[in-house]
Design a binder for this molecule. Structure first.
Ligand code: TRP
Length: 322
C-alpha cells in the first residue's frame, strides 16, 4: 500500500493556547472538544469504544458491515472516500473490506497524528495494495478546505461516530454547508448519528462505571499542564455528564471540587474556579431519524438510504449531493 502524508495544517500549541484563553473566560467556561484528542485522548477514546455502555461504535460497525455492498457500489474503481475524524481506521477498513473495494483512494483527515498512523496501518493490514491512502493532519474545516477537487469519479465523505453531534446547531448547519461546497452533484455524504434513547442509557455511555470517560475528559487538563504550562491539580476535578432533554444533548463537564486558583501561562490566563463551577468540554447531540434529514438536506443533499440499528438506536444515512 502506498501511504502519502499531504502537507499538514497543524493544530499547534498556539491554537490551543489561543482557544484556551478565549473559551475559558466565558461565564460558562468552555474548551473546544477537539482538544480532547491528543495521543492519550485518542487511545482513551479507543478504549471507550470497547465499553459495554458506549454502543455507538458497535452499532455503527454493524450497519457498515450489513450495508457495505450498497455503499461500495457507489465507489467504483477510482472513487474516493474522505473520512473526517478517522480515529483508529477500523470503521473505514470494515466498510472497504466488506465491500471488497479495490482501486479506491482513501483520504483521511484527523487532528491526532497517532490516529492517522494507526489508520494507515489498519488499512494496510486489511486492504494491502487495493487501497491508496493519503492522510491530512488537520481539523475538519482545514482538511475540507485543502481537499483537492476531483470530478472524475465520485467522492464519498464519511462523517461517522456521531461526530456531527459534537457541533451546536448553527455550527452543524454551517459545517454541512462546507461539506456540500467541497462536493459535486452526484457525490455522497455518509453520516453516522446517534439517536435519542432513555436517559439512563445516555448517561452511562458518557459517564461509565470504569471511569474511562472521566479520564478521557480530564485528560484535557493534563494536556494544558504539559503543553501550556498550566497548573491544574487533576485530583481536584471530577467528570460530569448531564442530559439536557430540551436541547437533546449530553453535555460533558469537568467540575471543580473546591474553590481554586489556576494559571495557564501560555494563554496568559489566571482565574479562580468556585467550588462546583464547571468547564464544559463537549456536547453530544442526539437525533431522531427525521431530524437528521432536516439538518442535512437544506444544504443541497437528498437522502438515498437511511439504515437504523434497532438495538443501538443509531442511524447511518447516505445522502447524495444535488
Ligand atoms: N463523537 C463521540 C460522541 O459524541 C465522542 C465521545 C464519545 C465523547 N464519548 C465521549 C466525547 C466522552 C467526550 C466524552 O459520542
Amino acid at each position: 500500500m502506498q501511504a502519502i502524508a499531504v502537507p499538514t495544517i497543524v493544530e499547534d500549541r498556539h491554537a490551543f493556547a489561543q482557544d484556551a484563553r478565549r473559551f475559558l473566560q466565558f461565564s460558562q467556561r468552555r474548551l473546544p472538544s477537539r482538544f480532547l484528542y491528543d495521543a492519550l485522548g485518542s487511545a482513551l477514546f479507543d478504549a471507550i469504544c470497547h465499553l459495554p455502555w458506549y454502543r455507538v461504535t458497535r452499532a455503527e460497525l454493524r450497519l457498515l458491515r450489513r450495508h457495505a455492498n450498497t455503499i461500495g457500489q457507489l465507489l467504483h474503481a477510482g472513487g474516493r472516500v474522505v473520512e473526517l475524524g478517522c480515529g483508529n481506521g477500523e470503521k473505514l477498513a470494515t466498510l472497504l473490506t466488506q465491500a471488497n473495494a479495490r482501486g479506491v483512494h482513501a483520504h483521511l483527515i484527523d487532528l491526532s497524528e497517532a490516529a492517522l498512523a494507526q489508520s494507515v496501518q489498519t488499512l494496510a493490514t486489511v486492504a494491502g495494495s487495493a487501497i491508496r491512502v493519503t492522510t491530512d493532519l488537520a481539523t475538519y474545516e482545514d482538511g475540507l478546505l485543502a481537499l483537492p477537487r476531483e470530478n472524475a469519479a465520485p467522492t464519498l465523505i464519511a462523517l461517522l461516530g456521531s461526530n456531527i453531534g459534537n457541533f451546536d446547531r448553527p455550527e452543524a448547519e454551517a459545517f454541512v454547508g462546507l461539506i456540500r461546497a467541497t462536493l459535486y452533484p452526484g457525490d455522497y455524504l455518509l453520516l453516522g448519528a446517534d439517536l435519542v434513547k432513555p436517559e439512563r442509557e445516555l448517561l452511562l455511555a458518557y459517564d461509565d462505571p470504569l471511569g474511562l470517560t472521566a479520564a478521557f475528559n480530564k485528560n484535557i487538563l493534563l494536556r494544558m499542564n504539559t503543553e501550556l504550562g498550566a497548573n491544574f491539580v487533576i485530583e481536584r476535578f471530577t467528570h460530569r455528564a448531564v442530559w439536557n432533554a430540551e436541547a437533546s444533548r449530553v453535555e460533558m463537564h469537568i467540575v471543580s471540587l473546591v474553590a481554586q486558583d489556576v494559571e495557564v501561562p501560555a494563554a496568559t490566563l489566571r482565574f479562580r474556579l468556585n467550588e462546583g463551577e464547571t468547564i464544559w468540554t463537549e456536547s453530544s447531540y442526539k437525533f431522531e431519524p427525521l431530524s437528521i434529514l432536516q439538518l442535512v438536506e437544506p444544504a443541497g443533499f437528498v437522502q438515498r438510504c437511511q439504515w437504523i440499528d434497532a438495538p443501538g438506536r443509531f442511524a447511518l444515512t447516505l445522502f447524495e449531493a444535488v
